[in-house]
Design a protein around this ligand. Structure first.
Ligand code: ZN
Length: 200
């Protein structure tokens, strides 16, 4: 079963860091109509094709406050959904625990670097039909909810890094960027480079 059969959506090219839409606040979703539902299907298809756990509308070139996710939490339970107009609530004081693990972004493919984030997040917004939705995330899901909501506020995770770490992240991406076609994941990644990597 292909992803396209599963979502009914169309795979779209993923927008990269540096495109203006990636670095500006998005418009709120106000029309929960068929075109939103079609966009969400396309976003799921694109996320699965890119083997990601979350995707924001800005990553398919749209300044609209909606993201999709299919991501495991700390107990390896997968959560799949859509959040429009997301607002993230993070623990404060004694409840706040930072977790430092590698983070990556489909809009800077191939590069991962450590980033500390709270290990628990609650994300509130609306689903694709405009009903209130609340997603509680631990582990990778907590990170995903923060990362995707950041996107819709015009923030990429590189903005949360030190200058030095950001430089390293770009260098990692640069090493692999040739393996990602411009319209990736519409055209698949060039896997030949993986073999070369193994020989190194
Ligand atoms: Zn991202």
């Amino acid at each position: 079963m292909t992803t396209e059969q599963k979502t009914g959506g169309q795979i779209l090219p993923i927008t990269r860091w540096g495109a203006p839409v990636m670095h500006a606040r998005t418009r709120p979703v106000t029309d929960f109509d068929e075109s939103l539902s079609a966009l969400v299907d396309d976003m799921f298809a694109t996320m699965y094709a890119a083997e990601g756990v979350g995707l924001a509308a800005t990553q398919v070139g749209l300044d609209l406050a909606v993201f999709v996710f299919d991501c495991p939490d700390d107990d390896h339970v997968r959560h799949r959904g859509v959040v429009c107009n997301p607002v993230v609530e993070l623990p404060e004081g004694k409840e706040r625990h930072l977790e430092t693990i590698d983070e990556g972004c489909l809009s800077l493919p191939g590069a991962y670097i450590e980033l500390a984030r709270p290990d628990h997040a609650v994300c509130r917004g609306q689903d694709v039909e405009g009903r209130p939705v609340e997603v509680t995330g631990t582990g990778l899901l907590a990170r995903c909810l923060q990362h995707e909501t950041d996107h819709l506020n015009g923030t990429v995770f590189g903005d949360r890094l030190s200058g030095r770490a950001r430089k390293k992240l770009y260098a990692l991406h640069e090493d692999l960027s040739d393996t990602y076609p411009e319209d990736w994941p519409v055209s698949p990644r060039d896997q030949r480079y993986d073999d070369e990597d193994e020989e190194d």
